[in-house]
Design a protein around this ligand. Sequence first.
Ligand SMILES: [Zn+2]
Ligand SMILES: [Zn+2]
Length: 161
Amino acid sequence: MKIDLTPILNGEVKELPFSFTENVPAQIVDDRFKGLDMQTGGDLTVNGKVRDISGYYELDFSAALPCVTHCARCDRQMSFVCECASHLIASEDAERGEDEGYIVYSDRQIELDGPVYEELSISFPSKPLCREDCRGLCPVCGADLNDGECEHVKNEENDTL
Ligand SMILES: [Zn+2]
Ligand SMILES: [Zn+2]
C-alpha cells in the first residue's frame, strides 16, 4: 500500500485522500500477526488522507480487517472485524523512523503496510469473546454453557476467565 505524495509535495493539492482494498495472504498474516489465533475473513480496507499543514504533512488512516478466531471462553469459532485508526506526521527525515507518531517517506512515497499492520495487531483483542456475556465452558465436564447449564454449575456463578 503505497501513497504517491507527488501532488501534495508539489503543492498541487492541500489534501490527498487514499483508499485501499486488498486481500491479505496467509504469509502476511503469519508474519504480521505472529502468535495470534487469527485468519482473515475478507479483504483489508484502509482509508485516509494526507494533509499539508503549512510545512509538514499529517497522515490519518483507519483500517478494518475481517478476522476469524476462537472465543477465549467457549472456544467456538467466531468472526469479527478488527479495526484501528492512527494519526501520524509524515517526515522525510530518516532519523524520525524510531519516533512515536512519525512515519518516514522516501522517493515521494509513503509505504503504509508497516503502520497499518502494527495498529491492527495492537487492536487485536487478547481475549476475543463470541459475545460479551459468553458463559464459557464448564471447568469440570467441558460442556458449553451457552447451550445450557450442566449439573456442575446449576447453582453457582460461572466465570472461567
Ligand atoms: Zn464464547
Ligand atoms: Zn459440567
